[in-house]
Ligand binder design. Structure first.
Ligand SMILES: *[C@@H]1O[C@H](CO)[C@@H](O)[C@H](O)[C@H]1NC(C)=O
Ligand SMILES: *[C@@H]1O[C@H](CO)[C@@H](O)[C@H](O)[C@H]1NC(C)=O
Length: 270
């Protein structure tokens, strides 16, 4: 066995390790959270954003699903955020929802339609968790891991897409960067958005920028049934993942098995 041969094996093992880390299937970390509900077509609603079954479902003003290519209501088009992509309570300590996310060093290809468990780490939410699907991208803060939770009336933007989608005055959605000011204000929102608006004051306790530990998990059908978007790597995550426990980006056991397979392949091909 020559030295260069050994070096080749090491190189191949290294490549394999890199590829495992790049897939980042059980990716985890610490995050800040914000809120949004701009009514725009979600950024993961466009073709080819990531390897997935189809993009996140967008809705027309009548809540009917639209052609995937329809333009966003925030730029003259007629595609909007579907009203059922709002959060809901499962029990006292657990909720489901959707989020616009940003993970520095990665792009939409990496996160669009993946699901993350958020374990809140600040009061008053400590001890509570959510599982959210990344249906959107939070572009404007890109220095930290960020999950902007999709909460109706949780935060408007300068776009008037909500007014167009629901035929109401944009002011019922509250103030820019803040959203509505009280639970009572949720009564002013279109009917189908009121439960998610009240969720903020009930389960979420109107928490201000709560922090969370996050980790990728296999998407529950409860979420993908609403967006219709499933990533192609979900099966690999389910198989290799130990997604409920692994704090690191790859499972050591599957990494060792993979590295061994690479070395054996290298030996056979020599
Ligand atoms: C509202 O959205 C803006 C833009 O993303 C963000 O800077 C702000 O922190 C958000 N506000 C809340 C309360 O999440
Ligand atoms: C809340 O629901 C989650 C998800 O189904 C479950 O894992 C957890 O045990 C439940 N907690 C309580 C207190 O019922």
């Amino acid at each position: 066995m020559t030295l260069s041969y050994l070096r080749n094996i090491l190189f191949l093992s290294h490549l394999f390790a890199l590829s495992v880390r790049c897939q980042g299937l059980a990716f985890s970390g610490e995050a800040i959270t914000t809120r949004f509900w701009d009514c725009c077509k979600p950024s993961c609603g466009w073709k080819q954003k990531a390897p997935f079954s189809r993009p996140v479902l967008s809705c027309g003003i009548d809540e009917k699903p639209l052609d995937i290519a329809a333009g966003t209501g925030c730029n003259g088009g007629n595609a909007y955020l579907c009203s059922d992509q709002q959060p809901w309570v499962v029990n006292e300590t657990f909720s489901y929802g959707f989020a616009g996310i940003f993970l520095p060093g990665h792009n939409e290809d990496f996160w669009c339609c993946s699901c993350y468990q958020l374990d809140f780490t600040s009061d008053p939410l400590r001890g509570k968790s959510m599982i959210v699907q990344a249906s959107n991208t939070a572009y404007d803060i890109n220095t930290a891991n960020r999950f902007s939770l999709a909460v109706p009336g949780g935060n408007t933007t300068s776009y008037d897409a909500c007014a167009k989608q629901y035929g109401v005055d944009q002011t019922v959605f509250g103030e820019n960067h803040r959203g509505v000011g009280s639970k009572e204000d949720c009564d002013g929102l279109p009917q189908q958005l009121q439960p998610g608006c009240r969720w903020r004051y009930d389960w979420f306790q109107d928490a201000s920028y709560p922090s969370a530990n996050f980790k990728r998990v296999v998407c529950p059908a409860e979420l993908t049934d609403r967006t219709l978007c499933k990533r192609n790597d979900e099966k690999a995550l389910a198989e290799g993942g130990s997604s409920s426990a692994a704090p690191t980006s790859s499972s050591p056991a599957s990494f060792r098995a993979g590295a061994l397979a690479v070395i054996i392949a290298a030996l056979l091909s020599a």
